[in-house]
Design a protein around this ligand. Structure first.
Ligand code: MN
Length: 418
């Protein structure tokens, strides 16, 4: 499919992240107005609350866009998701007949503040990238036992905290926690010294389930995708994680990009999962191409300094798709909800510059990176700004995600001595 042209001419510019082919969903406000749903088209945002109030969008007998999140639309199900996309195409395409009614409802993106695009019901994070799991396993257990015995049979995950998910641009505060290095006998309560990022994609569940779902059904349930940074305190994690997995190490914050890129926009970019070392059991078997060819990058900018790209990889490096993760999540009968967020797990490629965390890039801190500014980094320093970037490249257009950024602020004074 080539570039689809819009009368919003900025959307037709070569390499613009938000052409008519994309139409991602966000929540925005302008000075003095309340947050409301909007659709990105070029350098503009279509005000969905206003479009619905004006009768340009009528998908239900009741309003879906008078709330500051996209969950109400998700709850209508895939037929309505498709109807909305078709209607937006009709309103914004180059030859649209209702252009004069739509034009006054466009807001310049430069004047908008972006908010969380959906209400997160629950957050689950996975460990489903083979290169990442192999790298981390090699560091902690040696190359022989890098992958745990279950790894090639199930997507390993843990239940995270919906309350800690924040939108791009939110500042992140270095956490305190209980730490114990191997050469110490007893733990100490200190600010994390090994604070890190994890480059991930987030899949947003748009339908409920009550009981096990197949991989195919799970793929139908996914509404869209965002970039996701699972901020991680490696030293807190190393001490706390056995035997129940990460807890406070992952609970400081998880950042997501502000625009939900729909599954429909990503349809041309579907790719297969990698070759299977063991055949997966029936309930996890691949049911078609359910990964996506999405180019990803991580930029690190020390405070007041230019950014260095520290990693470049691709979402197609995952071993398990989000649909397989969602199917696995439901096997016990666990009910899934509209607004559930599934983190893919850290995405790393086969080579060193493709590693999606500093833990891997600096090999546990032993091989610090040299940034373009000449500074070295093993883990994040106070004031560093991390930016995840992602796009799918089509025939003469791209599907952009919008940046997922966050600056690390210094730890506060000991929170228990105030
Ligand atoms: Mn993670």
């Amino acid at each position: 499919m080539p570039l689809m042209k819009s009368w919003v001419t900025s959307a037709n510019a070569q390499g613009h992240p938000f052409p008519l082919n994309n139409l991602p969903y966000g929540v925005f406000s302008t000075e003095g107005t309340d947050p409301r749903p909007g659709v990105a088209i070029g350098d503009m945002i279509l005000d969905m609350e206003a479009a619905e109030a004006d009768g340009l969008i009528t998908l239900a007998d009741y309003p879906l866009f008078d709330v500051p999140f996209w969950n109400e639309l998700m709850e209508e199900g895939p037929a309505v998701w498709a109807a909305l996309r078709a209607r937006l195409n009709a309103l914004l395409a180059e030859d649209a007949s209702e252009r004069d009614k739509v034009e006054p409802l466009l807001v310049p993106m430069a004047e908008a503040e972006l908010h969380m695009p959906f209400a997160v019901s629950e957050f689950t994070d996975f460990y489903a990238g083979r290169h990442h799991a192999t790298n981390v396993g090699t560091m902690f257990r040696g190359a022989e036992n890098a992958l745990p015995p279950n790894w090639l049979h199930i997507p390993i995950g843990y239940n995270g905290r919906a309350s800690s998910v924040v939108v791009s641009g939110t500042e992140i505060r270095r956490p305190w926690g209980q730490l114990k290095s191997p050469d110490q006998d007893l733990p100490a309560f200190l600010p994390s010294r090994r604070f890190d990022l994890e480059l991930e994609m987030g899949a947003i569940v748009g339908m409920t389930s009550d009981g096990p779902v197949s991989v195919e059904e799970a793929d139908d349930m996914i509404f869209g995708y965002v970039l996701l940074n699972d901020w991680s305190a490696r030293d807190i994690q190393a001490w706390e994680y056995q035997p129940l997995g990460p807890f406070q190490a992952k609970a400081t914050a998880t950042s997501i990009s502000p625009w939900i890129v729909t599954k429909a926009a990503l349809e041309p970019f579907r790719v297969d999962t990698p070759e299977r070392q063991f055949e997966l059991l029936d309930h996890l078997k691949d049911a078609g191409p359910m990964l996506y060819d999405i180019k990803l990058a991580v930029d690190l900018a020390p405070e007041g300094q230019p950014a260095t790209t520290i990693a470049r990889t691709n979402y197609r490096e995952m071993y398990y798709s989000s649909a397989q993760q969602l199917a696995h999540h439901s096997t016990s009968g666990c009910p899934m909800n509209v607004g559930d967020l599934l983190g893919s797990g850290t995405i790393s490629g086969a080579t060193k510059p493709e590693r999606g965390s500093l833990l891997e890039l600096s090999w546990g801190g032993k091989e610090p990176l040299t940034l373009d500014t000449g500074e070295e980094r093993a883990f994040l320093e106070d004031g560093d700004t991390l930016t995840l970037k992602g796009f799918a490249e089509g025939d003469g257009y791209i599907i952009g995600f919008g940046d997922c950024t966050g600056q690390l602020l210094p730890a506060l004074d000991d929170p228990y001595k105030r």
